[in-house]
Design a protein around this ligand. Structure first.
Ligand code: PGA
Length: 274
């Protein structure tokens, strides 16, 4: 049984408690990428529960381990309020797609969230805006909460094309989303040049893009929905830079890679949100 079968939609967990431009409930997501075997993942999940120690009450905390770790980690998380997410899914519910896994399957492992369109998947696994769009539709259909990643490369930024690239990706991926589904989606701005590189966008650089993304959401889904959709920043977030980033008006949390692999470091980032 997964969280969706176990209870009705946990509205208070996923939507801001107060309505207002800067009152979105923070969301911190750990993307474990292709690190941690099941035993290590269970150990890290346990360490996280004690390091975070109830702080997740004030924000949503999600961890996204590799597929083979989802079930064992869910067993550890079920008595905490840390939620589980997957790093990817296929757009079909089932079928002859060797090596793939569907939204329905990750749901049965206890996932609430799914990361879609991460730049590493765009780069190494030939994902395109079109396939990400199909995955988004499928995720919404099975009531997973998608975290859609967008971001420009260094070359694109240096050519002054960051805005065009990010908004183009949003347009391509979000154009068919119905207004009623918009609030289930979170976005993550992850400048490709900042991922795993130790180079973080400055809070001002990140906020500039987040502001444009918020404006896009206003035009696409209306002012009220846009004010509630969370936009995360990702790319070399660490305890030292997290507070500055999360203090920005349109930065509602983070998608954390390397720093999510250590319980103390991840907990220190979580703490900066409250
Ligand atoms: P990083 O990764 O924090 O290691 O830069 C972020 C991500 O890829 O989501």
């Amino acid at each position: 049984m997964n969280v969706w079968q176990a209870e009705s939609f946990p509205v208070s967990l996923h939507f801001p408690r107060k309505v207002g431009e800067s009152m979105r409930r923070p969301l911190i997501v750990g993307n474990w990428k292709m690190y941690k075997e099941p035993d290590e993942a269970v150990g890290l999940a346990r360490a996280l529960i004690s390091a975070i120690g109830g702080m997740e009450g004030e924000r949503d905390v999600v961890i996204c381990p590799p597929f083979v770790c989802l079930q064992p980690v869910f067993q550890v998380l079920r008595d905490s309020s840390i939620l589980l997410g997957a790093q990817n899914m296929h757009w079909e519910a089932e079928g002859a797609y060797t090596g793939e896994i569907s939204g329905a399957m990750i749901l049965t492992c206890g996932c609430t969230y799914v990361i879609l369109g991460h730049s590493e998947r765009r780069l190494y696994c030939a994902e395109t805006d079109a396939t990400i769009n199909r995955k988004l539709t499928a995720a919404l259909q099975c009531d997973l909460l998608p975290i859609v990643c967008v971001g420009e490369s260094l070359e694109q930024r240096q050519a002054g094309r960051a805005e065009e690239v990010v908004l183009g990706q949003m347009e391509a991926v979000l154009s068919h989303v119905a207004a009623r589904d918009a609030l289930k989606i979170s976005l993550a701005y992850e400048p490709v040049w900042a991922i795993g590189s130790g180079k973080t966008a400055t809070a001002t650089q990140a906020e500039e893009v987040h502001g444009l993304m918020r404006e896009f959401l206003r035009q696409q889904f209306g002012r009220e929905s846009a004010a509630q959709i969370r936009i995360l920043y990702g790319g070399s977030v660490k305890p030292e830079n997290a507070a500055d980033l999360f203090a920005q008006e349109d930065i509602d949390g983070g998608l954390i890679g390397g720093a999510a692999l250590n319980a103390e470091t991840f907990a220190a980032i979580v703490k900066t949100t409250g």
